[in-house]
Design a protein around this ligand. Sequence first.
Ligand code: HEM
Length: 490
Amino acid sequence: FVLNKWRKEPALDHIPTQQFPDGDNSRARYLTDLRYLLELGYRRYNKVGKAFKITIPIGGYAVKYRVILPKDHLEEIKHLSNDVFSWQLASRIIFAQDYTGAPDRGKWSGKALRVGIHQNLGDITTQLDQRIVEYFSSHLSQQKGSVDALNMMSFFIPTITYVTNALLVDSRLSSDPEWLRQTANFAVNRYGAADDVRKWPPYLANIVAPFIPSVRRLRAQREYVMEKMKPIYEELKASGQLRVDDKKLRRKGTFGYEWLWGGTPDDVTLRDFSDTMMRTMIAAIHTTAKTISVALIDLLTNPEMVEALKNEAQEAVSPDHASVNLDKLIKLDCFLKESQRLSPVFLFTMNRIVTQDYEFKCSGLRLPKGTMVTGPAAAIATDPDVFRDPGTFDGHRYYRMREEAKDSASSLVLGMSTIDSLGFGLGNQACPGRFLAVNNLKLMIARLLTGWELSLESRGREYKGPRPVMAYNDFSVVPPSEYNLRLRKL
Ligand code: HEM
């Protein structure tokens, strides 16, 4: 069986392998130093138009290599359909879904989410702001001069869980503490279950999986979501909204489940609908929490930026504090873009599995069916031919770039994906929730900057040192937990 499995591995001998030059290619090295490996391969191969591959030394993956594509190859595949370069299949492998039982991606869900967010973004932003204010008011000290010190991920995960839930599902669920606890846990469990499964060789993983505690929890959570979504699903089905011919009207709604519903196929099942809700939460919560935690560390280790962003935020918040004009938060947008450039949540994005043999038009490179490809997001973002002094954090970098290139300034905003800015992926399978994420991030930071004096704390003392380099576990950033956010109420 093992030999058979090996033989089925797509033949990739024509693509060079990048390894760590000192010969330590262990699992531990891969998990902690992947950024370096990708940068080496990017400079050596991608920069001269060649693809390279890296071994994935983690058991349980159904593929052995990741093929990292140069920019022109990524441009070629960015609009190819999910049926040819499939994110759905890639995520099945990355999260060892066949073993863990994590929910699969519905074919319609990305588009439904993207269109729903696009059509409702104004209302979404108003709701987000109200929920953020509400959450901060009830979870942070309100007395002038009082001080809170918070572990960022421990604070922002529940904040974003609450805010996202209040937007996606109505108060039946968003006011239920058990639902909030479970939704905050999905993402951790999905990664944890995949890691636990991969400790076993693939031929044993299927037998062992049902006994692994994290897998059992994930499977139980999936059933829990379905049970909780059932009344909502039945209500939506009975409402006959899917029979409304005008697609625009179908996708209008106060809550995410309504506009998502508008984009579902007519025969969507309860399983598919509840899996989509679960996957949306998984995709939304930890990514946004990591991004804001990293950004606040970047901000508070660059004191000159704090003043600039605070002044801008004060201009953007209305005199009665009732609303925030996001169009005025240009410097904040540029700052967040720089933070994402240097410490993206994912080292690579555009993970896809090729579903048929494919030959690139731009180079003639052949990829056999079943190959996993990806785009070197972090390496491109630190390429000196693209960014001057790329290793330095420069909070005004994108502001200057936008001033210098007025015609293309719109492509430099945080939510826009381009080949040099792959933090949210690229093309028709790029993150469908990114404009919501961007507005959420800006609102949270603007509200924090105008309501509190912010600083960093390390080991109980104010931290005034340099910006720390962010660590990665496998391909995902780990905001350093030794820095707490200190807030003094203004
Ligand atoms: C700063 C926060 C976020 C980051 C950095 C991020 C990043 C990404 C990336 C890189 C992808 C894969 C795209 C590709 O490979 O081309 C993705 C997919 C996705 N994102 Fe986001 N995202 C964020 C927030 C959100 C939010 C708030 C939502 C929902 C409201 C969301 C929903 C999704 C969904 C549904 C997918 C497709 C994944 C799937 O179906 O498995 N994301 N995101």
